[in-house]
Design a protein. Structure first.
Lengths: 341, 282, 322
């Protein structure tokens, strides 16, 4: 997997901004008559690296583990296994001081504009709060709040507003402003524009790109909208039931998808051009798979039309199909002999 | 317009009849209680040995009891006790309920299981039985009866606070706060608590009347206030002895109790109407 | 009203106003459109543009009596506005079906999904065994996995996509002439969305059912709509064939929207944005509602309703300056 082979000591300031290796997150599911415990493998051995100032897009159906992956990177939930290095520091083994630093370096913007801000606090209180936590003086914090408001092109008088007085687009821009106040290195964007209208979406995406250029931010964006991914991200990671099935540059993954699942996903995504509606679509049959009762071999096996006998019993390895394009599928296993066992 | 939530509340409160009438009734009770020494013609425990069991008259508008104490003065001073019961009792319940409900809802898992098991237990024991136990342990008296009633009624607060906490806990602004490095106590106090305040106000105003009734009932049974307290429950219980000869002994404390509880009920309904739709729209 | 047999539903100058504190809010203003038999017609627009209000006024499902409706709604040549509430009940389901964004709200949680579909058929009184077989056939038609078992599932046991299939099956059971689909796939994964869209296209092909699709998603419109109406702040900005709208948008709003859609990579340039925000319209006073955000607005636009200009058979837009 790209960048993941370089797992040695990583000097701060060089190497990838985020490096996830062998990440696993299992949940225990209690249930059944005897209270039997079942493991849900929400993220199961994911490795990927995001370059400084780069943008990776995470795509996949619901239940693919993309949100769980983002939450482990934010340290909102503890991984079962594996390492997450942010700017060279493994946050799974971080000291208290390192964790505080990490909390100021990695920010997040969630999907729902209405719940992104505390409804009972003014916009200003919400924006200055992260700075207060990290020991900034209140007067400095308020000055910074005015500064970030100008960065998101909103008038200062909105600082006195309450969230219910603002529109979805305004709320989402304020959530982004709050993410910026600690001068983070990474922002995780969890469906940042899914709840917004087209014209507002364009505003928010453009703003995020401008901020990335001026502040050198690294983004991880989760979205189900492939048009947004194509516009916004440099690399794409496709997840299916907790596994990374395809990873590479956006133009490779979107332009020439290799994994049967990626092809199905691309085929299903609505196009923005009615002249393309005659195109052949590899529509996948069935529903997004369930993390409970996973198949033994390839997780995509039950829905795959190119499956062969070994897919049923063996899990596929990641195969490089291009300079920085990997696919977890047996279809490409033979093409680079000696690459994998 | 940038109206604060409180301003919006006041604006719609002006049009809510339940709220207005309830607020007026409770304000009048508070007025009487505060000015009791001025308003009462006599001390509540001042016996007039010559005037035992006098019917209402110009001298004693509500009559006198078996010790010759002025009933009007007893009813006026009784308002203080009733408000004391309502405020202290509801506060204890709220404090217990909010603490336990938030811990339970926020941490979930084993903490939740244990705390909710305790809540179930407390809810199972009939109030009077628990009160008897508390009174046996701590001795008779108003404060102990308030504690007894609170030990039963806090579970209602705990359940609702727990449910609210669980719903709010999953909202994005909480996770964002944690991602910025907020610690659990701050999350609970700064992020979750302000968001359950509206629900809490509704619960408090609905809980006030039942707290008054239950605690007064304990006094009526002789487990709460002891003579010569002007407690309305105690007065009612005393009036029972003379129900055929001196109805005024029970009628006036009874009316006062009904008036106050009715006021709390209206106020509660009004507050709920005013706050609930806002909670939905947020 | 003249009626030609090609057209199934006709809106003639439809306006809807909601009563608010101290006046009326104009949700839909003077909208005219017609939907042909076997046509997939999409009303597309951003939140608050009035697209859902139109769908709900056709079905007479607006929230309460606090609205004022004017203009005509003609279905198969008959004025639905003149129908009594009882007559409308007969139209709903039987002649016009409707599916919503969240099918779980529309299904009764205590009955098996198949029973609810069967009831839709039962209204026409048939033998029980035949009905049950028909339900399974309908499920198969909807490409429901394991139709024989799924008819016995309760709504909560089904996935979002399956529930929407049940809803469509339920509507199809009554064989309506028109199906109104209000954001039918918004809550679904793209893979499931594609399956539902395929079912809807097949519905039209096999049964000549007209579909009125209400959506904010231009991708879906490009995928299955024949004709499109673009709404802005309660007004019809532009309507035409899907190719008209996507390839030669004529209203400045449509044109900006098309450039705001992320067609390609950021390296090809930033997206077009539309500055400003939708005004809150409390009166039906004349004037173009896009005036305050329009790059080509002139003084005339503020106080005069824009004229409807025709470009071809079905392509028209409302603008002073184009």
């Amino acid at each position: 997997m790209m960048g993941a082979e370089d797992m040695g000591v990583c000097e701060t300031g060089t190497g990838p901004m985020i490096e996830v290796s062998g990440l696993k997150k299992y949940f225990s599911l209690y249930g059944g008559f005897w209270g039997a415990v079942r493991k849900v493998r929400a993220v199961d051995g994911v490795s990927l690296a995001i370059d400084r100032g780069g943008t990776v897009g995470l795509v996949g159906e619901s239940g693919s583990g993309k949100t769980t992956l983002a939450r482990t990177i934010l340290k909102l939930t503890k991984p079962t296994e594996g390492a997450i290095r942010i700017d060279g520091v493994d946050i799974t083994k971080a000291t208290a001081a390192q964790e505080t630093k990490m909390r100021s370096e990695v920010a997040v913007v969630f999907q729902d504009p209405a719940s992104n801000l505390n409804p009972r606090q003014t916009v200003e209180s919400s924006i200055i709060r992260p700075m207060i936590i990290h020991g900034v003086k209140k007067s400095d914090a308020r000055a910074k709040a005015r500064e970030v408001m100008s960065m998101i092109k909103m008038d200062e008088h909105y600082l006195r507003s309450y969230p219910h007085q603002l529109s979805g687009g305004q709320l989402q821009r304020i959530a982004i402003a709050r993410a910026l106040v600690l001068a983070p290195k990474v922002i995780i964007l969890d469906e940042p524009t899914s709840a917004l209208d087209i014209s507002v979406q364009a505003q928010v995406l453009n703003m995020l790109l401008d901020l990335q250029e001026s502040m050198g931010l690294t983004y991880m964006i989760i979205t189900h909208d492939l048009n947004v991914i194509r516009y916004f991200s440099d690399t794409v990671a496709v997840m299916y039931l907790g596994k990374l099935v395809e990873y590479g540059l956006t133009e490779d993954v979107v332009g020439n998808p290799r994994h049967p699942y990626t092809r199905g996903l691309m085929g299903a995504s609505p196009i923005l051009d009615p002249t393309h509606r005659g195109r052949v679509k590899d529509l996948m049959p069935g529903e997004p798979g369930s993390l409970i009762n996973l198949p033994k071999g390839c997780r995509f096996f039950p829905r795959c039309d190119k499956a062969s006998a070994r897919c049923e019993s063996l899990e596929p390895h990641d195969v490089a199909v291009g300079p920085s394009h990997t696919v977890g599928c047996f279809l490409y296993d033979g093409k680079k002999a000696g690459d994998k066992g | 317009m940038n109206e604060t939530p409180f301003m919006e509340f006041l604006i719609s409160a002006r049009r809510n009849a339940n709220f207005l009438v309830g607020a007026f009734i409770i304000a009048s009770v508070v007025f009487v209680a505060v000015l009791a020494p001025v308003l009462a013609p006599y001390g509540y425990d001042e016996p007039h040995k010559a005037d035992r069991l006098q019917p209402p008259s110009a001298k004693y508008p509500f009559g006198t009891d078996d010790f010759g104490r002025d009933m009007l003065s007893k009813v006026i001073y009784g308002a203080r006790i009733t408000l004391q019961i309502a405020l202290i009792g509801t506060f204890i319940q709220m404090f217990l309920g909010v603490t336990i409900g938030m811990l339970s809802g926020y941490f979930g898992g084993l903490v939740d299981k244990v705390l909710m098991y305790i809540a179930d237990l407390a809810w199972c024991i009939p109030g009077i039985i628990l009160a008897l136990a508390v009174v046996t342990l701590l001795g008779k008296g108003l404060n102990n009866s308030i504690i007894a009633i609170s030990l039963v009624n806090w579970t209602q607060f705990a359940r609702i606070v727990r449910a609210k906490t669980m719903a709010i806990k999953n909202q994005a602004f909480i996770e964002t706060g944690i991602a910025f490095g907020e610690k659990a106590p701050t999350i609970m106090l700064r992020y979750i608590f302000p968001n359950i305040v509206p629900a809490l106000i509704v619960m408090i105003s609905l809980q006030l009347p039942s707290t008054v009734i239950s605690t007064t009932a304990l006094s009526f049974l002789g487990l709460g206030s002891q003579p010569p307290s002007p407690d309305w429950g105690l007065a009612l219980s005393n009036g029972m002895k003379y129900v055929s000869r001196g109805q005024w002994l029970s009628i006036f404390p009874g009316i006062a109790l009904v008036y106050t509880v009715f006021g709390f009920n209206l106020l509660g309904e009004g507050v709920r109407d005013l706050i609930d739709p806002r909670m939905k729209s947020h | 009203m003249t009626h030609n047999s090609r057209e199934l539903l006709k809106l003639d100058g439809l306006s809807v106003e909601y009563r608010i504190r101290g006046g009326y809010l104009s949700a839909v203003k003077n909208v005219s459109m017609d939907i042909g038999r076997g046509e997939i017609f999409a009303i597309v627009g951003e939140s608050g543009c009035g697209k859902s209000t139109i769908a709900h006024s056709i079905m007479r499902l607006l929230p309460d009596k606090n609205e004022r409706i004017s203009g005509g709604i003609y279905f198969e040549g008959e004025n639905l506005g003149a129908y009594s509430d009882n007559q409308m009940t007969a139209v709903r389901g039987k002649r016009i079906g409707m599916i919503f964004q969240n099918p779980l709200d529309s299904l009764n949680p205590v009955y098996r999904s198949g029973t609810q579909v069967a009831e839709a058929i039962f209204l026409d009184k048939k033998d029980r065994a035949i009905v049950w077989k028909e339900v399974i056939d309908l499920y198969r038609e909807m490409k429901m996995p394991d139709p024989d078992q799924r008819v016995r599932s309760f709504p909560h046991e089904l996935s979002g996509g399956m529930r929407q299939r049940v809803m469509i099956a339920m509507m199809l059971a009554r064989n309506p002439k028109l199906l109104i689909a209000d954001e039918p796939t918004t809550a679904l994964d793209v893979t499931v969305e594609a399956q539902i869209l395929e079912i809807m296209s097949r519905l039209r092909a096999d049964f000549n059912t007209s579909i009125l699709l209400i959506t904010h998603n231009f991708g879906i419109v490009a995928e299955i709509a024949d004709r499109v109406a673009v709404m802005y702040a309660g007004e019809l900005a532009e309507q035409g064939s899907v190719f008209d709208i996507f390839q030669s948008p004529s209203h400045p709003y449509t044109e900006l929207l098309m450039k705001a859609l992320p067609h390609q990579s950021k390296r090809a340039g930033r997206l077009q944005t539309i500055e400003g925000s939708v005004p809150r319209i409390t009166s039906t006073s004349p004037g173009c509602r896009f005036y305050n955000r329009c790059p080509i607005a002139s003084g005339h636009c503020e106080n005069h309703d824009p004229p409807v200009r025709r470009l071809g058979d079905s392509h028209s837009y409302a603008c002073h300056n184009r």
